[in-house]
Design a protein. Structure first.
Length: 121
């Protein structure tokens, strides 16, 4: 039961944190970003507690996780449901306007910050 609450807390912090980052960066967010953030931080928490990897490998895993979740959520919410949550069509090296290399590199860096915070907790 303890593990459930740890992951629940990680999910809640991740959900609210992701929304907060969006509000600060874009001035708005979408409810789907709460769930994306919850999934991301839960995955990071799992990696942090179960794998002893060098920071750059954790950052790479984090970048893949965030980019993958962003792609799935983008296909569902932007393409299928047409909610226009975000659009990377004008960003170089994008795929379907849902993910792009420049933001993946940002996710790499933010993953490092997040894993460092998780190490302290």
């Amino acid at each position: 039961m303890r593990y459930f609450f740890n992951y629940l807390i990680a999910a809640l912090i991740g959900g609210f944190g992701y929304c907060l980052i969006e509000i600060i960066y874009r001035g708005r967010t979408h409810y789907s970003m709460f769930f994306a953030g919850a999934m991301v931080l839960s995955a990071f928490y799992y990696i942090s507690n179960n794998y002893h990897l060098p920071l750059w490998q954790k950052c790479f895993a984090g970048m893949i996780i965030i980019t993958g979740i962003e792609l799935v959520f983008g296909i569902v919410f932007n393409i299928i449901l047409k909610e226009n949550v975000w659009d990377y069509s004008n960003v170089p090296m994008n795929f379907l306007g849902q993910i792009c290399v420049p933001f993946s590199l940002i996710w790499f860096a933010l993953s490092g910050v997040t894993f460092k915070i998780l190490e302290k907790i």
